[in-house]
Design a protein around this ligand. Structure first.
Ligand SMILES: [Zn+2]
Length: 121
């Protein structure tokens, strides 16, 4: 099945009950705090991934992939497998954005510190 380009909003419900609105424009804003959150949301897939033949399996077309096997055999829905893939990609992107924002925040703090010093004078 091909992943169609998403142009609509999607409301994702996490197992913990939190709801996340995923819009195309929100890409990379770090809707997943960390890889840890992703692991929690898809703990069933993470559990399957442990059985993959390769430790660095991307669950796309590796031989001996337990996630693909579960997709083929049915216990895992194709939809869920796809959102996992998608979020994994977005999370990698969000990590980049996060370090960018952290650097930006640091810079901002430095500027405001300088401002405060200037005000005291
Ligand atoms: Zn795999």
């Amino acid at each position: 099945m091909m992943l169609k380009h998403k142009t609509h909003r999607e409301l994702l419900t996490l197992p913990c009950g939190a709801m996340v609105i995923d819009t195309p424009g929100m890409r990379g804003l770090g809707m997943w705090d960390s890889a840890e959150e992703l692991e929690k949301a898809f703990s069933d897939i993470e559990l399957l991934a442990v059985s993959c033949r390769f430790k660095n399996c991307t669950h796309t077309n590796e031989p001996g992939c337990a996630v693909n096997a579960a997709l083929a055999d049915g216990p895992l829905s194709a939809e869920r497998g796809q959102s996992y893939q998608k979020l994994q990609t977005e999370n990698a992107y969000a990590e980049d954005a996060k370090s960018y924002l952290a650097a930006k925040e640091k810079k901002f703090k430095e500027i405001s510190k300088t401002n405060k010093l200037n005000r005291k004078r």
